[in-house]
Design a protein around this ligand. Structure first.
Ligand SMILES: Nc1ncnc2c1ncn2[C@@H]1O[C@H](COP(=O)(O)OP(=O)(O)O)[C@@H](O)[C@H]1O
Ligand SMILES: [Mg+2]
Length: 372
């Protein structure tokens, strides 16, 4: 490919299911997904991350050690993919590493901050590649939420000049991007994606997630619990807005379910409906007629959630969802590709945030460069 440049994207999201690793070649406006690798996160590292995510628990030693361990894992993930593709570090312009979020506090009554760990210096030293990291904090320095950051990438590759499209990314947290035919772009976090479904499944079935939503599909959802869950104050907030484990977690869920005598499987079914309803309502609250809705992120594999999402959308006269695979990108790798693209934006000295999404006072170049 003429003028083609190759980047690696590394994404480890709220779900901590794996380190999603992609190699992407960009030429002009075209993106080619060269290869992918899902790198496992050892259970003890996951447990340490969860400890660090708990508000109020502040352990600097554990933070520094996990930052180091994740730096090693991110390097291993990158090297595994470089080897798999028979590439060498010279072939990679840069690695875009999101890092693992351990605390996200949007600006509000208190100053905003967002903390991602996974030492980029180690990734650079071990791979021999330049690394771009720390994408969120510049946006926050300009008053933004620092999240979501994927909408600029969605606009770059999914915008259609004749249609209004919605991209729904169902990771641990769910976020939407609205791509208007005019090129205008906005978006925000809608609330929980898989995070509560995963936590409840882990507690009651000891599975990290409810495979294909099979367990939840056998339950009956509770309207009373659904109404209770919808009282979460996140849904009173107006955009720009972002959220994380701080707002939606197992402790909060147990608090909510305490007053209800509902079987665990029926709670799982209710959580799928809750996730579907809050996503659909966020879309329905938008003014413009919507032509197409595309889904990416691991939530696409939870068939109970997807069926409920389609029902919730239909009830609101919205189009049925489609996979982003139909518009050129495998739904499993969209977010990792976004961080490869954000790394490219940094190298090209181009902005990566969308102020209409994050609320930042201006467009700005995101990320810092770590040379090998
Ligand atoms: N086969 C599956 N069945 C049900 N859910 C799945 C399946 N595969 C992935 N998922 C869900 O997707 C999540 C991972 O999605 P991902 O987009 O990687 O989120 P994050 O960005 O938070 O890591 C898993 O934790 C799980 O909830
Ligand atoms: Mg993931």
């Amino acid at each position: 490919m003429k003028n083609a440049v190759t980047f690696i994207g590394l994404m480890s999201g709220t779900s901590m299911d794996s380190i999603d690793t992609v190699a992407v070649t960009f030429s002009n406006k075209n993106l080619n997904l060269l290869g992918t690798h899902a790198h496992a996160i050892p259970d003890n590292v996951k447990a340490n991350i969860l400890t660090l995510c708990a508000p109020g628990l502040d352990n600097v030693q554990l933070l520094a050690e996990t930052d180091h361990r994740l730096g090693e894992l991110f390097a291993e993930a990158s090297l595994a993919l470089i080897t798999q593709l028979n590439l060498s570090s010279k072939d990679i312009v840069a690695i875009g590493s999101h890092g693992q979020t351990i605390r996200h506090q949007p600006p509000g009554l208190k100053p905003g901050f967002s903390l991602q760990i996974g030492n980029p210096n180690q990734i650079a030293a071990r791979t021999g590649c330049s690394v771009i990291a720390d994408f969120r904090r510049k946006d926050m320095a300009y008053g933004g939420q620092g999240a979501p950051l994927v909408p600029a990438f969605h606009r770059e590759i999914f915008h259609h000049p004749g249609k209004t499209r919605i991209i729904v990314n169902i990771g641990g947290i769910s976020n939407i991007t609205i791509l208007e035919a005019s090129g205008d772009c906005h978006g925000f976090d809608t609330g929980p994606g898989n995070i509560l479904l995963d936590a409840w499944s882990k507690k009651h079935t000891n599975e990290n997630y409810d495979n294909k939503g099979r367990w939840g599909a056998t339950g009956s959802s509770s309207d009373a619990l659904l109404t209770q869950l919808k009282t979460h104050n996140f849904f009173d907030r107006r955009g720009p807005k972002s959220t994380g484990r701080e707002d939606f977690n197992l402790d909060w869920l147990e608090e909510q379910t305490r007053l209800f005598e509902i079987a665990p499987v029926d709670i799982q079914a209710t959580l799928a409906l809750y996730t579907a309803e809050t996503i659909a309502q966020s879309i329905a609250d938008l003014a413009p007629p919507i032509d197409e809705i595309f889904v990416c992120g691991g939530g696409i594999h939870n068939l109970d959630l997807i069926q409920k999402l389609n029902e919730s959308l239909l009830k609101r006269m919205m189009p049925e969802i489609q996979s982003t695979a139909g518009i050129g990108l495998d739904p499993n790798w969209v977010e990792a590709c976004a961080f490869a693209w954000l790394a490219k934006q940094r190298i090209d000295m181009q902005p990566g945030n969308v102020p209409a999404v994050t609320g930042a006072s201006q467009q700005t170049i995101l990320g810092c460069i770590y040379l090998p």
